[in-house]
Design a protein around this ligand. Sequence first.
Ligand SMILES: Cc1cc2nc3c(=O)[nH]c(=O)nc-3n(C[C@H](O)[C@H](O)[C@H](O)COP(=O)(O)OP(=O)(O)OC[C@H]3O[C@@H](n4cnc5c(N)ncnc54)[C@H](O)[C@@H]3O)c2cc1C
Length: 248
Amino acid sequence: MNFSGEKAQLEIEVSNVIQRTEDVKSVRFRRPKGFDYLSGQWAFVTVGGEEEQKTKPLSFSSSPTEDFLEFTKRLTGHEFSNDFAAMEVGDAATIRGPYGKLTLQENHNKICMLSGGIGVTPLRSMIRYSTDKVLETSIILLYSNRFEDDSIAFMDDFDEMQARNPNFRVIITITRPNQAWKGLTGRINQEMVEKTVPDYAERIFYSCGPKPMVDAMVDTLSKIGLPEAQIKYKYFSGYLGAPGEKFT
Ligand SMILES: Cc1cc2nc3c(=O)[nH]c(=O)nc-3n(C[C@H](O)[C@H](O)[C@H](O)COP(=O)(O)OP(=O)(O)OC[C@H]3O[C@@H](n4cnc5c(N)ncnc54)[C@H](O)[C@@H]3O)c2cc1C
């Protein structure tokens, strides 16, 4: 194990596996002593046998306040995804990191997070951090999902944090609701933000996830008239840099 350099590269052991929804799975690892990261950061995760190793960047869905490391993946049926999904307690993975500048900024007093799916992972890390640290930061998570009930990753977790943290509120919108659904419906748009987050002009917005989703969020916020400085985002795709370059 080596994490004496600027970026740690270390082997970690699976301690738990959690099926979040039908197609979202979390894998928890024992957290090596001395390994630190900030909520919202990510790492390169390598899985698979020695000859078949595959690596992808994944966000920590755990918070630095927790004694495990957790990564949560949307299961796509592709190679890395299948190896990740097959991991069992006692298996090993290698991580290199942490990387990433989109982290919870404690000087942001009011935050609104916009998420449309798996981009919720670093946001969950930040909300857990804020809750565990009893920060006064006000956080609203506007979280879009296709279906309700068991299809919303981390819903139990958000409910529990909402009950414990008076500064955190989660608002769910469902794009394919059934008749019993009484909450918001449809994708996150300008009207929804204006209605559900009346003090939006005072908030810093965070969004992460696949590029089309994040671009739609940034576009919505620009139409509302928010200045660029109030919009912080991270794509789950794109060029991450070559070895030796600084990743962001
Ligand atoms: C900083 C950062 C953080 C990230 N954090 C997370 C995270 O927390 N959780 C998470 O789930 N993801 C995260 N990602 C994205 C992750 O790295 C992967 O790119 C993503 O999960 C897809 O990987 P995959 O191996 O399942 O699919 P890949 O095989 O890489 O496929 C990606 C896409 O390419 C297309 N594709 C590839 N092969 C085929 C094929 N044979 N046939 C048809 N289409 C194909 C599909 O559209 C597919 O959805 C993050 C990315 C970055 C850059």
